[in-house]
Structures are given as structure tokens and as C-alpha cells.
Write a protein that binds this ligand. Structure first.
Ligand code: ATP
Ligand code: MG
Length: 463
């Protein structure tokens, strides 16, 4: 028998409302964490990326908010501004009751507007630590009625960059409160901080053999020797043909450079990193979510928590330094039970990082050579055939029949069809493939000279 939201202790009204959002069955983390949170316990919740941790901590809070008390009663801290916005929006949709006022506060946006909202009275605040401290110190954010504190992406929040701010905030909160930490990763190093901040917490870990969801198909491509990663990315994008992809790089500069490179190659791509203004960041996220931008080149600010519907691919152009970061990055795809693809670009010196990741995930990644010209051509032809079948099933095709009839007086119908296909094919084939992407050019990826010969033969066999 499957559990219902109501059987977890949530009200009938909320359960009905959740059904409208197509939340029919609670996920594992929700069914395990919600009853504990409703009973007043502190909770450490760990579950894979994309499994609904947001609702797991939000629903019990929404259930218990006192509408008569016009003061912040719950504080949710997130590591990035976008995540604060996203969690705030998610909570508003779960609430489905405009009387529960939920406000996000974060840097980069005019503080006056946020102050005004706070003065109008809010029940739940979702924010980044810096802005929370700022508004508290100005006397605009009152923390003395806080009953619930949640650290979303807790391990990240307790990392070096945030820990001091988080401690500062915690010191301002009432001692009598409920505290919850949620994340997909909980490295053992944060245990000590957990015991410091939480009171006899219940640890809810959704059982899993691996930290990476099996719904994510992970592969790695070896960058050929002498090639730049940017050059190697082209045939990979061509073969994988992602509907939408997040491409992770290390630095802001690298993000800008790769974006220009891909734009010049004709891709629909934009960059996303901390050098952009807040409004630029927000606009890009909106365009990405609406599918107006297909590829986004991002730094790690996009690694955690972001929930972009149906994101099909995550590409690690550079592998991250930590295994946790890898898990969060690839977790931007394969969410809410959907499938996704994660790709890593590797150079020989990335091997060590790859081993670490594989050891942590207890899973070997398939390492492939970058696609050959003939593989890409085959893929394009396959696509072309699908398109032809689609056109044949449609009605517009009929309007071209008179032209075919006319040409048939001179040519064989097979030849006419083949010529039309050639024209269509030349249009989809990217310019770079016509010039410098000869199959013979792919140099061996292994530095061992012995292997050069063998891999050459295998390339020519592949043709
Ligand atoms: N019970 C449910 N039924 C259907 N969809 C759900 C349910 N719970 C959550 N979802 C959807 O699943 C998606 C992922 O949820 P959420 O962002 O909370 O994941 P997460 O566990 O916080 O992931 P991450 O570790 O990446 O932050 C969201 O789009 C959310 O709407
Ligand atoms: Mg989350």
C-alpha cells in the first residue's frame, strides 16, 4: 500500500491541494521526514538529488504556521540567491494559501523592496546568510519568534565560506526551536557541527547503494591528445544533441570564453556565473527554464539545488574538486523520477579525480573516445530520416507534390528525393565538420606510444 500525504499527518486540505500540483504520493524522504518534523523533532535529512527534499521540510512548517502571529516564524537558509527564490516559490505553491506570507531575501536586489515586504509582515523567510544578517542588523528582520530553522544544502552551508555567517544567525535565534538540515550529501566532517547545532536529531537517510541516482546515465569522453577541450566538446554536442544542457566549468573567465566559442560555432548558449548582475542571472534562468536558451555554461553557483524541469544533460567540462560537487552537479538532471545524461570531459591528468568519483559512487564510468565523423554523420542521417517520416505523415507535404510532378518529367523520382535529402542534410551539418574534422585527425588519447598504432587501426576500421 502506498502512503498518502494525509497519512503522514498533513491536513486533508493540504493533501487535496498537493494533488492539484500532481503531488499524489510522497517521495521516500517526504514520508520519512515529515512525521518527525510534525512531531517537533530536529531532523538531518539526506536523500538523492531531485527527490523532493524541499517539500519534505516545507510541508510540516506550512502545516504549523500560526497565521495570527505576524512575525517570521520559519527561516530557511540557502547557499545561493537563485535557490532562495526557487525555494520561496516552491513554498508558495505548496502553501496554496495567500494568507501565509513567504518572502525571499538575498543580495543583489534592492534592499528597500525587501524591507518593505518584511514591514508588511511575513511568516516565512527564505534567504541567503549575508542578506539575512544585514536585514537583522538593520532591525528590519526580527528573529525572536523563529520556531523553525532549515539549512538547505546543509553541508555546503557549514562549509568554510558560510559557517561564520550561519553561526552568527543561529546565535540570534530562540533556543526553543526546531532545526533541520537537508542535503543530498552529508560528508562525515559535518557530524561535529550537527551535534553542535541540533538537539538529539533524528537522522533520516533514504537508503541507497549509490549516491548518484541510477536514472542518470553517466559517461566520460577522453579528449584526444593535442586537442583543446573546446574542440572536443563540438563532436560530443553533435552526437549527444542535448535538448538542454548545463555545462560546468571552473572559473567565470572560462565560462565567458567557452560561451563565446560555442556562440561562434552557432550554438544557442549563454553564460551563468557570479560576475553577472542579479537581474542578468534571473533573466538567464528564466530563459533557460522556458527553453529559449539551450545550453548554459556555468560555474559551481548552479551546482546545488536548482530545479530546471526536464534538463536533459549535465556536462562536466572540467571535473569539480570534490566528489560532493560532482554528485550535486549531475543531480541537476534526472529529477523527479525522470532520466538524464551526465557527461565528463577527461584529460589524462583527470584520471585521479575520476577514480575518486568512481570509488565514492561505487560505480565505474564508461570512458569513450570522442565521436568520429562517421558516427556523427550516421546520427544526422538518422535524425533526417525521422524528420522525413514526420513530414510524410503531415499534410503540408502535399503542397510540394506539383513540384515533384514537374521535376519527374526530367528526372527519376528517386533522384529527386535524394537531391532534396542532400539539401536538407547540408543544412543541418555544422560548418566545422565540413572543414577540419577529418576522422584521421583524431589523435590517440593515451600517451603510451605503443598504443598509437593500434588505435589508428581501430579508427580506420570504424569507417
Ligand atoms: N511527492 C512528489 N510528487 C511529485 N513530484 C514531486 C514530489 N516531491 C517533489 N516533486 C518534484 O520533484 C522535483 C525535485 O524536488 P526538489 O527540488 O525538492 O529536490 P531536492 O531533493 O531538493 O534536490 P536537490 O538535492 O538537487 O536540491 C521538483 O520539481 C518537485 O516539484
Ligand atoms: Mg533541494
Amino acid at each position: 500500500m502506498t502512503l498518502s500525504f494525509q497519512s503522514l499527518g498533513l491536513s486533508e486540505t493540504r493533501a487535496k491541494h498537493l494533488e492539484k500540483l500532481e503531488f499524489v504520493e510522497p517521495t521516500d524522504i517526504q514520508s520519512q521526514a515529515i512525521p518527525h518534523l510534525l512531531s517537533g523533532r530536529d531532523v538531518v535529512g539526506q536523500a538523492q538529488t531531485g527527490t523532493g527534499k524541499t517539500a519534505a521540510f516545507s510541508l510540516p512548517i506550512l502545516e504549523r504556521i500560526d497565521l495570527k502571529l505576524s512575525a517570521p516564524q520559519a527561516l530557511i537558509l540557502t547557499p545561493t540567491r537563485e535557490l532562495a527564490m526557487q525555494v520561496c516559490q516552491a513554498m508558495r505553491s505548496f502553501a496554496g494559501d495567500r494568507r501565509i506570507r513567504i518572502q525571499s531575501i538575498y543580495g543583489g536586489q534592492a534592499i528597500d523592496r525587501q524591507i518593505q515586504r518584511l514591514q508588511q509582515g511575513v511568516h516565512i523567510v527564505v534567504g541567503t546568510p549575508g542578506r539575512v544578517i544585514d536585514l537583522h542588523e538593520r532591525g528590519d528582520l526580527h528573529l525572536d519568534q523563529i520556531n523553525w530553522l532549515v539549512l538547505d544544502e546543509a553541508d555546503e552551508m557549514l562549509n568554510m565560506g558560510f559557517i561564520q555567517d550561519v553561526e552568527k544567525i543561529l546565535m540570534q535565534l530562540p533556543v526553543e526551536r526546531q532545526t533541520a538540515f537537508f542535503s543530498a550529501t552529508m560528508p562525515s566532517s559535518i557530524r561535529e557541527l550537527v551535534t553542535k547545532f541540533l538537539r538529539s536529531p533524528v537522522t533520516v537517510t533514504v537508503k541507497q547503494t549509490k549516491t548518484a541516482p541510477t536514472r542518470i546515465n553517466q559517461t566520460a569522453y577522453m579528449v584526444p591528445r593535442g586537442w583543446t577541450k573546446a574542440r572536443a566538446l563540438q563532436p560530443i554536442l553533435e552526437l549527444e544533441d542535448p535538448e538542454s544542457a548545463l555545462i560546468f566549468v571552473r572559473t567565470r573567465r572560462q565560462a565567458a570564453e567557452l560561451t563565446s566559442f560555442l556562440q561562434a560555432a552557432g550554438h544557442n548558449v549563454d553564460e551563468y556565473h557570479g560576475d553577472l548582475s542579479q537581474s542578468q542571472r534571473e533573466r538567464l534562468m528564466l530563459r533557460f527554464r522556458n527553453r529559449q536558451v539551450r545550453l548554459v555554461v556555468a560555474t559551481d553557483i548552479a551546482a546545488r539545488g536548482l530545479d530546471v524541469d526536464d534538463l536533459t544533460h549535465v556536462i562536466n567540462y572540467e571535473l569539480p574538486d570534490s566528489v560532493e560537487s560532482y554528485v550535486h552537479r549531475i543531480g541537476r538532471t534526472g529529477r523527479a523520477g525522470k532520466e538524464g545524461t551526465a557527461i565528463a570531459l577527461l584529460q589524462p591528468f583527470d584520471r585521479r579525480k575520476l577514480y575518486q568519483i568512481e570509488r565514492h559512487l561505487r560505480q565505474k564510468l564508461e570512458v569513450k573516445q570522442i565521436p568520429t565523423r562517421s558516427q556523427i554523420e550516421a546520427r544526422h542521417l538518422e535524425k533526417l530520416q525521422d524528420q522525413v517520416r514526420e513530414a510524410l505523415a503531415g499534410e503540408r507535404m502535399a503542397s510540394f507534390l506539383p513540384i515533384v510532378a514537374q521535376l519527374s518529367e526530367e528526372y527519376d523520382p528517386h533522384a529527386i528525393a535524394a537531391a532534396a535529402l542532400q539539401m536538407a542534410y547540408d543544412r543541418v551539418r555544422p560548418a566545422w565538420m565540413q572543414s577540419d574534422y577529418a576522422e584521421e585527425e583524431i589523435p590517440p588519447t593515451t600517451p603510451k606510444p605503443k598504443l598509437i598504432k593500434r588505435s589508428k587501426t581501430s579508427v580506420s576500421q570504424g569507417r
